[in-house]
Ligand binder design. Structure first.
Ligand SMILES: [Zn+2]
Length: 225
């Protein structure tokens, strides 16, 4: 092989060098274009993500406002209804009485200690204690005042009359409690009355007498035991 051939095959010609340089610059420019396009897409995506976040925030803010408004509307409706009901009921409000229970503390007996406990020994010899009977209060009945609204249709106000009692002072809820058959008529014997909880009195004195009678009944029942 001559030096010429060698040179021909191994040394790149000027033309080839130019081609290579061109290829390289072309590759670089394509890479740059790609990079630029990727950067542009990344930025655009970031922007879109922000728009999405803002949109979601806006949506939940809107839903929150709708909820708050509906709550406020319900509240206002309740308030208006309550005021209307109060105004409507004010001419019908009366005071009635009903027997309710109370516990009256008993005087201390001489069998127990200062804490009304009685000490004793267990079979194994341990000191133990139990509540003394005198620590249990006596069940007594007392009149309870109640404000109720009354609607009557009979002239003597003893029959077909609906009574409504307000459940909570700030509530618009009136619940039906009793009818006239449970309103005490003076002269009726206490034995004839039903459950004390559903017997109403117009007069406090009558209710007090009924309470005293109930307390006596309770004491008699206890004696029997
Ligand atoms: Zn005692």
């Amino acid at each position: 092989m001559s030096w010429y051939d060698d040179d021909f095959y191994h040394e790149p010609s000027e033309f080839e060098e130019q081609i290579n340089a061109l290829k390289e610059s072309l590759m670089n420019s394509i890479k740059d274009e790609h990079k630029a396009e990727l950067d542009r897409l990344r930025k655009e995506n970031e922007g879109l993500q922000k728009v999405k976040r803002d949109w979601n925030n806006l949506q939940s803010e809107y839903a929150g406002k709708v909820r708050a408004l509906s709550y406020e509307k319900d509240n206002l409706k309740r308030q208006v209804r309550n005021e209307r009901l109060t105004e409507l009921m004010q001419d019908f409000n009366i005071i009635a009485y009903r027997a309710t229970t109370n516990r009256l503390a008993q005087p201390k007996c001489d069998k127990c200690d200062d804490y009304r406990k009685i000490k004793f020994f267990s079979p194994s010899g341990k000191v133990m204690s139990e509540e003394c009977e005198c620590s249990v209060g006596i069940k007594v009945f007392v009149p309870e005042e109640m404000q109720v609204a009354e609607f009557g249709i009979s002239r003597d106000k003893t029959s077909m009359m609906a009574w409504y009692q307000r459940r909570y002072s700030d509530s618009d809820h009136y619940s039906s409690t009793q009818y006239a058959e449970h309103i005490y008529k003076p002269g009726t014997s206490f034995e004839e009355l039903g459950n004390y909880f559903s017997v109403f009195f117009r007069d406090k004195e009558d209710c007090q007498r009924y309470c005293d009678w109930l307390t006596e009944q309770e004491a008699a029942k206890k004696k029997e035991c």
